[in-house]
Design a protein around this ligand. Structure first.
Ligand code: FES
Length: 317
């Protein structure tokens, strides 16, 4: 069911970030959400974008999100910053959560990179409410540019460590050291750019399955977009016997969709695992962040991965 939400307030949360407070009609309770959830908003320019909720999940009268001004965006962020105003009504989905907090943990490590802090703020609210043990690591280039830093400080108190590199790569968050030892029954939640998610995944190869949780901040389209060196290749669809050509500037997913194939997708960034298709033969250039080496022999995430040069991929479609 879709919701009609009115923009109740907009405020600056950092030089390039605004906070948007969305509410239903007076006195109407909104569907509940859990920490890590997002809503899909249909913007005035007709495009749909997902935004993580950052307010306390115990609140039922509003959804609050933060939006970074990203000049490289495909229209969502710029439209919100330029056009959205208090009093506007937007169509929204009910809250959806692909990044839920596992409340059975004994210790939590929250790692935020830039605007990826938003779902982790909702998690800090929830962890405070349940009196859970946690640490909050917030990576930002400069303290002054870190969105919602005062809110995170107020929530996490001494559990917060700010990591400000000032643009110096040598001072970047050393995730490997941070995650060297796994406290008993600990869960790590990371949200931010692809580089940060990769660093966390590389630092936790021995952590038990289900204890490392990540969500890519969706300003990172460039990281998973086709590259200028990409080459064309063919995919053979085993069930239909068809061969489709994937040009250098298109993804397998784009080509399948254009041919009417309904592939379920969520992130389109290779991190959620939803668009997994059985790979019957051919050597793939795997660009996802979800499949294990073993799985990569049998599956491919069609939203990001391609064929290695000269290869034809045979898919179970
Ligand atoms: S849609 Fe999420 S991995 Fe492809």
């Amino acid at each position: 069911m879709s919701l009609q939400l009115k923009v109740h307030a907009i405020r600056k949360a950092a030089p390039r970030v605004i906070e948007i407070d969305l509410r239903a009609a007076e006195g109407v309770a909104l569907p509940a959400f859990t920490a890590g959830a997002h809503i899909d908003l249909t913007l005035g320019n007709g495009i749909e974008r997902s935004y993580s909720l950052l307010n306390d999940p115990a609140e039922t009268h509003r959804y609050v999100t933060g939006v970074l001004l990203d000049h490289e965006s495909k229209g969502g962020s710029i439209w919100i910053h330029d056009k959205l105003k208090v009093g506007d009504v937007l169509t929204a989905s009910e809250p959806i959560n692909h990044f839920p907090l596992n409340e059975a943990g004994a210790h939590y490590i929250l790692i935020a990179g830039g605007i990826g802090v938003t779902p982790l703020i909702a998690m800090a609210h929830r962890l405070n409410a349940t009196e859970a043990d946690y640490r909050f690591h917030y990576y930002a280039r400069m303290r002054d540019e870190a969105a919602f830093a005062p809110e995170v400080e107020a929530l996490a108190g001494t559990r917060l460590t700010m990591h400000c590199s000032g643009g110096d790569a040598a001072k970047r968050l050393d995730v490997a050291t941070l995650l060297k030892e796994r406290p008993s029954a600990a869960h790590v939640y990371v949200c931010g750019p692809l580089e940060l998610i990769r660093a966390v995944r590389e630092a936790t190869p021995d952590w038990p399955k289900g204890s490392v949780h990540f969500e890519l901040f969706h300003g990172d389209e460039a990281a998973t977009a086709p590259r200028s060196t990409d080459q064309a290749f063919d995919v053979v669809l085993q069930k239909s016997g068809r061969t489709l050509h994937v040009p250098p500037d298109k993804k397998i997913l784009d080509v399948l969709k254009a041919e009417g194939y309904k592939i379920k997708v969520l992130c389109t960034d290779g991190v959620c695992g939803t668009c997994k298709v059985k790979l019957l033969s051919g050597v793939a250039d795997h660009r996802d962040e979800v499949l294990t080496d073993e799985e990569r022999e049998k599956f491919i995430q069609v939203c990001v991965s391609r064929a290695m040069p000269g290869e034809t991929l045979v898919l179970d479609l």
